[in-house]
Design a protein around this ligand. Structure first.
Ligand SMILES: Cc1cc2nc3c(=O)[nH]c(=O)nc-3n(C[C@H](O)[C@H](O)[C@H](O)COP(=O)(O)OP(=O)(O)OC[C@H]3O[C@@H](n4cnc5c(N)ncnc54)[C@H](O)[C@@H]3O)c2cc1C
Length: 376
């Protein structure tokens, strides 16, 4: 069988996952990245790295289960920096209504075969002693974890290169055409298949290609404490976080705190419908106040860095994964909002199966880009 040449545009965690997956299947992969290295630009460099099964709906659960499974079994060589660390997630309820929501989420997750235990009363504080004592309860997903996405992306690209892929950095793709991409150095590269994995910038690239895609920017702010300040055992997140991430977002702050294997706490997070710019210190202050509500004393820990990044959202809260309508031989994997690190390896499998004509491990239908696209 002839070897398929695949050009992947963008070496964030999604493009890196696609490169590894397609190279393993024997494709001749060329990965093109405008930045100086994989994983150092875009949302991958700004993300928290929480790997979780999100209970939003059945389709999302399946994509997260597959993504988490691949991270758990097949993360890049384990080290403090890029291995999967099983820390578990603890959703926190501050009132009875939130606890009831967590109960419903537990049922949905359990039905899908995901370990998730509802904790009420003192059992919450037995597993996480640092939490505020007036919380009503929690939901624990013990198999969730954390990844440091920038180095994980670099490691996956490294593996792809070892088995024959090529990576070119500091090169920008200006346009995608049928069978070729046009580069900013005036050259072009031909390919049997092209994968657009450019995160938020899929918007501009698809526009150049004559396809209008629904990608919306969602800025988020994070802060990180110094080493040795970790007071938590789990990634803790307040129950209301979920509502803040779905539908039309105005300006939300919700407590989400990830313990890193370096002994640091990554504290977030916020959502506003815009691209990231300068760090907004008032927003960081709101995040710290919200975190203090759930983890008393946390706002007194030394913060060594604050930053903002942009999630790429879609109009229906689902990523676009699959063949791009209107231009043959082009695929897209973008629009993962706040779950792109979790879902990247699953998206890579779906893209690989679609390009190679193999059967998908899960139903690709919910992610089909044609569901909400127009071509010009
Ligand atoms: C504050 C914040 C917290 C988050 N926390 C989590 C979390 O805890 N868990 C989770 O699962 N997800 C999280 N996310 C989401 C996650 O980070 C993203 O969904 C994911 O990183 C998207 O990866 P990507 O590869 O699609 O895009 P990106 O990381 O944006 O990568 C796109 C790449 O394409 C390159 N590129 C763009 N245009 C071109 C071009 N024309 N030519 C060549 N190269 C190009 C860019 O330079 C970039 O390297 C978070 C995001 C943010 C902002």
């Amino acid at each position: 069988m002839a070897i398929l040449k695949v050009v992947i545009v963008g070496a964030g965690v999604v493009g890196a996952s696609c490169a590894r997956s397609l190279a393993r299947e024997g494709a001749d992969v060329v990965l093109l990245e405008q930045g100086e290295a994989p994983g150092v630009r875009g949302a991958t460099a700004a993300g928290m790295g929480h790997i979780t099964v999100n209970a939003a709906d059945e389709a999302s659960i399946q994509l997260c289960i597959l993504g988490r499974k691949i991270w758990r079994e097949d993360a890049p060589p384990s080290s403090e920096e890029d291995g999967f660390v099983e820390i578990g997630t603890l959703w926190m309820a501050e009132d009875d209504a939130s606890l009831a929501d967590l109960g419903l989420a537990a049922s949905r997750l359990n039905e899908a075969g995901v370990a998730a235990d509802l904790l009420e009363g003192s059992s919450l504080f037995e597993v996480e002693p640092a939490l505020a004592r007036d919380l009503r309860g929690g939901l624990r997903l013990p198999e969730d974890g954390a990844i440091y996405a920038p180095t994980a992306a670099a490691s996956m690209v490294g593996e792809a290169v070892q088995i024959g892929a090529t990576i070119r950095t500091s090169v920008k793709v200006l346009a995608v055409e049928r069978g070729q991409v046009l580069l900013d150095d005036g050259t072009s590269i031909s390919a049997d298949a092209i994968v657009i994995a450019t995160g938020l910038e899929a918007l501009e690239l698809c526009e150049e290609t004559g396809v209008s895609i629904p990608i919306l920017p969602r800025e988020g702010h994070l802060a990180i404490t110094s080493r040795g300040t970790c007071v938590l055992n789990h990634h803790v997140v307040e129950a209301a976080y979920q509502q803040g991430a779905l539908g039309e977002v105005e300006d939300t702050v919700a407590c989400a705190i990830l313990p890193r294997s370096t002994g640091q706490l990554c504290i977030g997070s916020s959502r506003r419908p815009r691209r990231a710019g300068e760090v907004d210190s008032e927003l960081i202050e709101r995040i710290m106040v919200r975190s203090e509500r759930f983890v008393p004393g946390i706002s007194g820990l030394p913060v060594v860095r604050t930053w903002s990044g942009t999630r790429a959202a879609t109009g229906d809260d689902r990523p676009l994964i699959g063949a791009l309508p209107g231009i043959e031989g082009v695929w897209i994997a973008a629009g993962f909002e706040g779950l792109g690190i979790t879902q990247a390896p699953a998206a890579a499998q779906l893209i690989t199966c679609s390009i190679l004509g193999q059967e998908s491990p899960i139903d690709p239908g919910p992610w089909d880009p044609s569901r909400q696209m127009a071509t010009s």
